[in-house]
Design a protein around this ligand. Structure first.
Ligand code: IPE
Ligand code: IPE
Ligand code: MG
Length: 242
């Protein structure tokens, strides 16, 4: 455990927008895919770092609904990499008691990815440690829209009334139902935006942006982000006593 971290003030849920793979590759005169390949180490280190600290949920934004708009060669490579990584990391996930779950419209992923993901989810389902949430074909707008569809369906078929839809009830339709909102959002590569990530769930998250490009992100950067989080005063719109 990082010595300066207060273990009683750790987030239950850390969300990460893993960004900067392309720029990392470009810096070394390589193709963008090279950056994606080198992102796996960062994922492994971050998962391990969160597991060690006893953090309950780690959400990684791996592929957005907008990322389909990238060149086919890059999208294909990302999907292949996903399959290969899930396969190669299974052992580590089991050893670290990590449960793999996902959010996003995963049925629209290539068949092989979908199957590999489902298998890994089933195999890790009984693990009791960190819940690793992969956001795949995910976007915040998609999440809110699919939640609305569920709510409308219930009102049409189950006698669920309009006035019964509270914000708490709405959360039960989101893909993150049952998971606390992220207290901390980390974005790498120095971009100041949330790029359609968890629009609802990030309402009160503390945002930490680092210049570090994702393939360079390691456990010590996670610790830095957590230390920074611990220095924040979370007011939730209220006035704290002086
Ligand atoms: C993040 O890195 C990975 C994905 C979005 C899949 P990028 O590929 O966006 O890298 P940059 O932002 O172009 O450097
Ligand atoms: C956000 O990164 C999406 C993921 C990390 C999966 P992008 O690189 O796609 O976002 P923009 O284009 O910089 O907003
Ligand atoms: Mg990017």
């Amino acid at each position: 455990m990082e010595k300066n971290l207060d273990k009683n003030n750790l987030p239950k849920h850390v969300a990460v927008i893993m960004d900067g793979n392309g720029r990392w590759a470009k810096k070394q005169g390589a193709a963008r895919v090279f950056g994606h390949k080198n992102a796996i180490k960062s994922v492994r280190d971050t998962v391990e770092g969160c597991a060690e600290l006893g953090i309950s949920h780690l959400s990684l934004y791996a592929f957005s609904t907008e990322n389909w708009g990238r060149p086919k060669i890059e999208v294909d490579a990302l999907m292949q990499l996903l399959v290969a990584t899930i396969k190669s990391e299974m052992k580590t996930l089991m050893e670290n008691d990590v449960r793999l779950t996902s959010i996003g419209d995963i049925e629209k992923l290539p068949g092989k990815c979908y199957k590999e993901l489902q298998t890994a989810k089933e195999e890790t389902a009984n693990n009791k440690g960190l819940n690793l949430i992969l956001a795949l074909n995910y976007s915040g707008k998609w999440d809110i829209t699919q939640a609305c569809r569920k709510a409308i369906y219930e009102s049409e078929h189950k006698g669920f009334k309009n006035e019964d839809l509270t914000d708490l009830k709405f959360e039960s339709y989101l893909s993150t139902a049952g998971i606390p909102d992220p207290e901390l959002l980390i974005r790498t590569s120095g971009e100041f935006r949330i790029s359609n990530f968890m629009l609802w769930q990030l309402a009160y998250s503390e945002i930490y942006i680092t210049e570090v490009l994702w393939p360079d992100f390691r456990k010590e950067h996670l610790h830095e982000a957590l230390l920074n989080y611990q220095s924040r005063e979370r007011r939730f719109g209220k006035v704290l006593s002086e």
